[in-house]
Design a protein around this ligand. Structure first.
Ligand code: AHR
Length: 488
C-alpha cells in the first residue's frame, strides 16, 4: 500500500481509548505513576522470522497490521496483529491460492474500498508474470477473487514486483522487467484503467546504471511509492538480492507525465544499505507504513544476517522508524541490529505500559537485573516507575494476551513448556506460542489471576515470599493472594 502522509490523530485519545477498552476486559486502570507512553510495546527485530519473510508488504488498517511476503509456494499467505511486537507470533492464513508456483513479492493496496494483491508467479512453463486478486469487501483477509494477469510487457513478457503509485488523481503500476535493448532489469511504470487492467505496456523510468546499482548483478526492482507534503518519491531496490550489497535507491517526481523517464530524477547515492557493524546485509525490497496514530513513518524491509546469504528463505523482515531531512526528503537511517530493543509505533493497542503488582508481596513483576537477552529472569521487586517494571499487554485471539517487557522487548514465557506446579517463567523472544499466551480471570477488588495457555497454571508469588528478588513461578490455580495480581 503506497504511503501518503495522513492527518495526525491525537495520541492521548488513542491511549485513553485503549485504557477504557482494557478496563472493560481486565479491570485495569492506567497506573497514575506512569506517563502515557506514545510508543507501542517494545520489540526486537526480526519482526517476522523465516521462512515467509522476504519482500514484505506491511500496512496498518482498522486496528491491525496486515503482512504479506514471498512464500515460494502457490499461495499468498497473510498474518495480522495489533502490535509489531505480536506480529512474529501471529498465525498465517492463506488468502489466495494462485494456481501458479513460487509466489514472489505480494503487494497489498486498497483502491476504491477494495483490497488488491499484486504478486508474481510462474505458470505452465510461461514467463513469470504479475497477477491480481481483489477482495470481496474491506477486510484485507478477504475473501479474494483472482482478477487475472496484468499485461505489462509485450509478448506476455516477464514482469515482477508490482506496486501501486497514486499520482495526479490516477493509478499507476510500477514493476520490474528486462529492457529488450540492453537486457537490464529496470523499473517500469504503466497506467491502470482499473486495478486489474494496464492501459498500456510499461515504459522504463530507471535502469541500473550507477555502480552501486550493479553489485552482484545490475538490478532495479521492488519499487514502493512514498508521498509527503506534495512530493512523490519512488524508492526501489538496487543491485542483486543474491549478495550483501542489495540496497535502496530513490527517484523523485519532478512533474509532467509520470510515464516519462524525464519526469523522474534519481538520487546519486543509495538511501539505505548494508551495515556490517550491526550485522545487517542486503537490506531491501521494502514497504512503508504509518504508525497507528498517524504521526510516524516506518519501513519494513528484508535483510540477511550474513554477507554470504542471498535471495532465499534466510531473509527476515525487520521494521524501524524513518525520519525526514531538513530538505523534506526521507531519511531511512541505517538498518538496526537484531539486538536493538525498539519502541513500537505510536498509538498501538497496548501502548500504555502497566505494572503487575502481587497482592501478597506488594512487589512488582520485574525484568530482573535489566537483562535483555532471551532467558532473562522475571522476579518481583519493590515497585517503581522503572522501565524494567513496565509491561505491555497485547491482545491476541480469544481473550489471551502477550505480556512483554518494555526494557527487554521480550515476552513472559512458560520456561521449557512446563506443566508441573512450580514450573518457572522467563523472558523469551516473543513468538506468539501458547507458552507466551496469558489469560486473566477476575479475582475481585481490582485483582486478576494470570493463567498460562500451555500449562493452565497460574502466575504465582512463589513460596509466599515478600522480599525484593522474590521468585515468580507457575502453580496450580488456587485463587489465593499469592496468585492475585493488580495490573495498573
Ligand atoms: O524474492 C523473490 C524475488 O527476488 C523478488 O520478487 C525480487 O524483488 C527479488 O529479486
Amino acid at each position: 500500500m503506497m504511503l501518503t502522509w495522513p492527518r495526525a490523530l491525537t495520541r492521548r485519545a488513542l491511549s485513553l481509548a485503549f485504557a477504557i477498552l482494557l478496563g472493560v476486559s481486565l479491570a485495569v486502570a492506567v497506573h497514575p505513576g506512569r506517563a502515557d507512553a506514545a510508543p507501542g510495546p517494545t520489540f526486537r527485530n526480526p519482526a517476522v522470522d523465516v521462512p515467509n519473510s522476504g519482500d514484505p508488504t506491511l500496512t496498518y488498517y482498522n486496528g491491525y497490521y496486515y503482512y504479506v511476503a514471498t512464500t515460494w509456494s502457490s499461495d499468498v499467505v497473510m498474518r495480522r496483529a495489533r502490535t509489531i511486537s505480536a506480529l512474529r507470533g501471529a498465525p498465517e492464513q492463506v488468502v489466495v491460492r494462485t494456481g501458479g508456483t513460487t509466489m514472489w513479492a505480494p503487494h497489498l493496496e486498497m483502491i476504491n474500498n477494495r483490497w488488491y494483491l499484486y504478486y508474481s508467479v510462474e505458470q505452465s512453463g510461461g514467463a513469470r508474470r504479475t497477477h491480481v486478486a481483489e477482495s470481496a469487501g474491506t477486510d484485507p483477509l478477504g475473501p479474494y477473487t483472482i482478477r487475472g494477469i496484468l499485461n505489462l510487457m509485450p509478448n506476455n513478457g516477464w514482469a515482477i514486483d508490482a506496486a501501486i503509485l497514486k499520482l495526479n488523481g490516477a493509478n499507476y503500476v510500477m514493476f520490474s522487467a528486462f529492457h529488450p535493448s540492453d537486457n537490464l532489469q529496470s523499473l517500469y511504470i504503466s497506467p491502470l484503467t482499473n486495478p486489474w487492467t494496464a492501459g498500456a505496456f510499461g515504459t522504463r523510468i530507471s535502469a541500473p546504471t550507477l555502480s552501486w546499482e550493479t553489485q552482484n548483478g545490475a538490478v532495479n526492482e521492488g519499487a514502493f511509492a512514498l508521498q509527503r507534503n506534495g512530493r512523490t518519491w519512488i524508492t526501489y531496490s538496487a543491485s542483486h538480492c543474491n549478495g550483501p550489497n542489495y540496497k535502496l535507491g530513490m527517484l523523485e517526481y519532478r512533474g509532467g507525465d509520470p510515464l516519462a523517464a524525464s519526469s523522474w530524477t534519481k538520487a546519486a547515492n543509495p538511501i539505505f544499505q548494508r551495515n556490517d557493524a550491526n550485522g545487517v546485509y542486503g537490506p531491501g525490497h521494502h514497504s512503508f507504513f504509518t504508525s497507528p496514530d498517524g504521526t510516524e513513518t516506518w519501513i519494513a524491509y528484508h535483510a540477511n544476517s550474513s554477507a554470504s546469504q542471498g535471495c532465499g528463505t534466510t531473509r527476515t523482515t525487520r521494521v524501524q522508524k524513518i525520519s525526514w531531512n531538513s530538505d523534506g526528503t526521507p531519511n531511512l537511517g541505517v538498518p538496526v541490529s537484531l539486538s536493538t530493543v525498539l519502541p513500537g509505533p505510536a498509538g498501538e493497542t497496548g501502548a500504555t505500559p502497566v505494572e503487575i503488582r502481587n497482592r501478597h508481596s506488594n512487589l512488582c513483576l520485574d525484568d530482573y537485573n535489566h537483562v535483555t537477552t532471551p532467558g532473562a529472569e522475571v522476579r518481583q521487586w519493590t515497585c517503581s516507575t522503572a522501565t524494567v517494571q513496565d509491561w505491555y499487554l497485547t491482545p491476541l485471539a480469544d481473550g489471551y494476551y502477550q505480556i512483554s517487557n518494555r526494557n527487554s522487548g521480550l515476552c513472559l514465557d512458560n520456561k521449557d513448556w512446563g506443566t508441573a506446579a512450580g514450573s518457572p517463567v522467563q523472558q523469551w523472544t516473543c513468538n506468539g506460542l501458547a507458552v507466551q499466551q496469558w489469560r486473566t480471570t477476575d479475582a475481585g477488588n481490582g485483582y486478576v489471576t494470570l493463567v498460562n495457555r500451555h500449562s493452565g497454571l497460574c502466575l504465582d508469588d512463589y513460596n509466599w515470599a515478600t522480599a525484593p528478588g522474590a521468585e515468580v513461578r507457575q502453580w496450580t490455580c488456587l485463587n489465593n493472594n499469592a496468585q492475585h495480581w493488580r495490573i495498573a
